[in-house]
Design a protein around this ligand. Structure first.
Ligand code: ADP
Ligand code: MG
Length: 137
């Protein structure tokens, strides 16, 4: 499925709506360049999963993995700065089974997950993005 969004608020709303369909153990892999809207998407996802409003969702660039409380635990990972060996050491598969995991820069993953949803972001214009969504089979 391909969807276009016009502005960050639409990307957040799309993610928020998608959250209702996501079950524990699902890993959402986000692909796309810097500024494509991956973190913006995670903000909407967090809202949809019931993460309290006051919890600020930003890229876990230094912490590697952010854990947010919600109806499901949400694990937010950004692999931008990591080498494949370092990714192996994070223990992502174990964590992924305990809640919902969302991974920015999934291009860097050296392995796959049992239940993957794949989202590829394309920048169409300064305010427009195309999201290609593949739901888990
Ligand atoms: P990434 O995590 O992929 O690097 P961010 O979500 O951090 O991207 O940043 C996306 C930037 O693009 C934000 O500044 C946001 O306001 C802007 N933007 C403009 N249009 C959109 C859109 N349709 N969807 C998401 N972000 C958008
Ligand atoms: Mg980001």
């Amino acid at each position: 499925m391909k969807v276009k969004t016009k502005g960050p608020e639409e990307t957040r709303r799309l993610a928020r709506d998608l959250a209702s369909k996501i079950s524990k153990g699902t890993t959402i892999l986000l692909y796309g360049e810097l500024g494509a809207g991956k973190t913006t998407f995670v903000q909407g996802l967090a809202e949809g999963l019931g993460v309290p409003e006051e919890v600020y969702v930003s890229s876990p660039t230094f912490s590697l993995i952010n854990e947010y409380p919600g109806r499901q635990k949400l694990y937010h990972v950004d692999l931008y700065r990591l080498a494949p060996e370092e990714v192996e050491d994070l223990g992502l598969p174990e964590l992924a089974s305990q809640g919902v995991m969302v991974i920015e820069w999934a291009e860097r993953l050296p392995f796959s997950f049992p239940q993957e949803m794949i989202i590829k972001f394309k920048i169409l214009s300064p305010e427009e993005r195309e999201l290609e969504i593949e739901e888990p089979s």
